[in-house]
Design a protein around this ligand. Structure first.
Ligand code: B12
Length: 285
């Protein structure tokens, strides 16, 4: 990313943060400059800048600085994960990120299993799974590496969320990913959170073609349908209006995920912006 090592001032300018912020990150979290020439201040190398960029992106997205620093520095978890008590969100993030980088599926499973059991699906998703997913996404973007980490992490999250027992009774809520959309974890979190709230749902999974979705709606008559789009490439709104305009429309047709257009959605389409809010609304449907 940078050819030569940078002074603190130059590094701060490049990242768009204050020099005092860099100093804090150095002193508190050990994200300091590593290049050293005798008689000069230490300078930030390309690797240092990489770490700082991850730190800056994560904190800008609202991840707590200590958790972001654990990610950026890729330090292994400080303590083994206890069997009984769920780790605090911050140390769970750190432990999960470290285990993901080491491809240690069992530790990932243990951490996530205990957070879900002890704290519930919504906090587990928003406070632990989401920061680590966003962290690995950013890390991939800046290094073009760690696809294997992203895949294994996704798989373990899927496993743990699926282990929440489905609620009994006929499902009145249908969850599906938009056409060609492979990102499904947020819908899996929603299905698990609904199950925990004793609301049964039917999750169709990834890449549901519009025709198949309409067939499934005609056959099962859901009260609510949630369509997830992660990327603008899969967020074409006619998928939603076709559901709204079918002869037996659900009461709620909801668009969820960052892929849908940001402006007004067509009349009769509800936008869901967060997991807790989605659970609240769908529990009433
Ligand atoms: C895991 C992952 C994958 C996995 C998905 C596995 C699965 N079963 O879902 C796999 C490996 C399949 C994958 C594939 C790809 N991925 Co991907 N992936 C991710 C990753 C790391 C996490 C995705 C996720 O679950 N996000 C959910 C949460 C964590 O993030 P969020 O949506 O931004 O959350 C916000 C809201 O949605 C809301 N929210 C959060 N949870 C919930 C829940 C509910 C119910 C609601 C209502 C709201 C809500 O709150 C958040 C704050 O606003 C992201 C990184 C990221 N930043 O998201 C990349 C990311 C989404 N992927 C990306 C890309 C480019 C791809 C590929 C195209 C890569 C490729 N070249 O093949 C393919 C897509 C193929 C396809 N046809 O869809 C880009 C998308 C860029 C863009 N905007 O277009 C990202 C952002 C990575 C990056 N930084 O470049 N990916």
């Amino acid at each position: 990313m940078v050819d030569e090592a940078l002074s603190a001032g130059a590094a701060a300018r490049r990242l768009g943060v204050a020099v005092t912020t860099l100093r804090t990150w150095h002193q508190r979290y050990g994200l300091g400059p590593s290049a050293h020439e005798p008689g000069q201040h230490r300078r930030y190398t390309a690797d240092d800048m990489n770490r700082l960029q991850i730190m800056q992106r994560l904190t800008a997205q609202g991840v707590a600085p200590a958790a972001a620093a654990a990610w950026a520095g890729n330090r292994p978890p400080a303590v083994p994960v206890p069997e009984q008590a769920a780790p605090r969100p911050e140390s769970a993030v750190r432990g999960l990120a470290g285990a993901a980088m080491r491809l240690d599926a069992q530790v990932m499973r243990d951490i996530l299993g205990s957070v879900v059991r002890e704290r519930g699906v919504v906090p587990a998703w928003t406070e632990v799974m989401t920061p680590v997913l966003i962290g690995i996404g950013n890390r991939y973007q800046s290094t073009q590496r760690f696809v294997e980490v992203e895949h294994l992490l996704s798989r373990i999250i899927t496993e743990v969320l699926a282990s929440v027992q489905q609620a009994a009774g006929p499902p009145r809520i249908m969850l599906a990913a938009a056409d060609e959309e492979q990102h499904t974890l947020p819908l899996e979190a929603l299905a698990a959170a609904l199950a925990e709230a004793r609301v049964p749902s039917r999750l169709l999974g990834a890449r549901v073609p519009p025709g198949a979705l309409l067939d499934a709606i005609a056959r099962t008559g859901p009260a609510a349908v949630v369509l997830w789009s992660q990327r603008p490439a899969t967020g074409s709104v006619d998928q939603l209006t076709r559901v709204r305009d079918n002869p037996h429309p659900p009461f709620v047709v909801a668009a969820a995920g960052p892929g849908w257009p940001t402006g007004d959605l067509p009349l009769g389409i509800t936008r869901l912006t967060g997991l807790a809010e989605a659970v609240h609304l769908l529990t009433l449907a």
